[in-house]
Design a binder for this molecule. Structure first.
Ligand SMILES: *[C@@H]1O[C@H](CO)[C@@H](O)[C@H](O)[C@H]1NC(C)=O
Ligand SMILES: *[C@@H]1O[C@H](CO)[C@@H](O)[C@H](O)[C@H]1NC(C)=O
Ligand SMILES: *[C@@H]1O[C@H](CO)[C@@H](O)[C@H](O)[C@H]1NC(C)=O
Ligand SMILES: *[C@@H]1O[C@H](CO)[C@@H](O)[C@H](O)[C@H]1NC(C)=O
Length: 317
């Protein structure tokens, strides 16, 4: 009797929110220890709490009213949220882990790795250069905080307000237009697929990565998903601005397969530039390290970052 109630509850629970959070850690844009001003770590929700019934929920992470998706809500810039330790950016996101909430890393040069999701960017400032990462293959490196093998960015520009999606590969060395006229709230599907050191990206089932995929030599990476703001500048963006993305499904698989995907005929992918936007420069003008400047200045990044963090610490005092 007890057992069937548990099964029923768990079925209802799964039907309600769809996403299995067993292999994720949730990071929140608030301090882990609000009473200790010296502690810059953000709060995390680990398993079994994260995937429990009823589902963990707060103002940053909650189920949609229709119970069909998981909302990730984050302030757009640091004064309104605690930045990720070691970065200037505020975020609410999931990071890959094992079921015991130990971080997981994998070798992008071996086997097959896939992240599939259905999602929508629902709230986003309409200010020029507003930007957020919603899904990523992050490089696991303590010398290069901004390094990324692939990141799906939402961007905006004003006059008139338009939203667009971009993919960046290999520490921002290659940028690809994903959707130049994205409508806020429009649901889309993605797959970030890695096979034996080659990254492929699909948007609404169409291949959008550069022809033949993007070569990756990274041996320690992990998937991330959620709302990862890339803005720090309160002059450029409204003080109360928030980013919101809804995930309707999210699934990661890893296996040993070495078979490359069957690729459709070459898509009309345009490789547009080596910079995600001019905004990197705009925000950097405020003395902050944007992801692209961080990537470009890998060697001196720890120095730049310490200076930057000192500046943020000062600004917050
Ligand atoms: C924070 O750091 C300062 C300087 O190291 C120290 O004096 C202070 O006691 C610390 N505060 C807490 C709450 O640990
Ligand atoms: C999780 O922890 C349990 C208990 O310590 C252990 O038996 C199990 O092997 C661990 N699982 C993983 C994936 O490490
Ligand atoms: C990205 O940066 C990392 C860390 O410095 C480096 O190992 C890697 O080769 C870079 N990848 C690309 C494609 O530039
Ligand atoms: C490996 O994973 C890929 C991506 O999810 C999947 O398409 C493929 O069928 C899997 N192969 C095996 C042998 O499990």
């Amino acid at each position: 009797m007890k057992y069937s109630v548990a099964v029923l509850t768990s079925l209802l629970h799964l039907a309600a929110s769809q996403i299995d959070l067993t292999n994720w850690i949730l990071e929140l844009p608030v301090k882990a220890d609000p009473l200790n001003p010296n502690n810059t770590e953000v709060a995390t929700i680990l398993n079994p709490q994260l995937n429990a019934v009823p589902r963990f929920s707060n103002e940053f992470f909650y189920t949609t009213p229709a119970s069909d998706g998981q909302v990730f809500h984050t302030p757009v810039f640091p004064p309104n949220g605690q930045p990720q330790s070691g970065t200037p950016f505020v975020s609410t996101f999931l990071r890959e882990s094992d079921p015991n909430s130990t971080f997981v890393h994998w070798d992008s040069t071996k086997g097959t790795h896939s992240l599939k999701a259905d999602l929508a960017v629902t709230t986003f400032p309409g200010t020029t250069n507003a930007k957020m990462i919603v899904a990523e293959i992050k490089v696991n490196s303590n010398i290069c905080v901004g390094c990324t093998s692939f990141a799906l960015f939402a961007h905006a520009k004003s006059n008139p307000i338009t939203y667009y999606l971009k993919g960046v590969f290999g520490n921002f060395t290659t940028t690809v237009d994903i959707d130049p006229a994205y409508q806020l709230g429009a649901k889309f599907n993605i797959e970030i697929l890695v096979v034996e050191g080659v990254i492929y990206f699909y948007y609404n089932n169409e291949l959008k990565s550069p022809e033949g995929g993007f070569k990756s030599t990274e041996q320690s990476v992990y998937y991330k998903a959620g709302a990862f703001s890339q803005n720090q500048n309160s002059v450029l963006h409204p003080a109360a601005a928030v980013n919101e993305v809804v995930f309707y499904s999210l699934a990661v698989t890893h296996n040993e397969s070495t078979t490359p995907p069957q690729l459709p005929p070459p898509a009309t992918t345009s490789v547009v530039s080596s910079e995600p936007t001019a905004s990197a420069t705009a925000d950097a003008g405020k003395g902050a390290a944007s992801p692209s400047t961080t990537a470009a200045a890998t060697k001196s990044s720890s120095v730049v970052l310490s200076l930057f963090l000192a500046a943020v610490g000062f600004a917050l005092m």
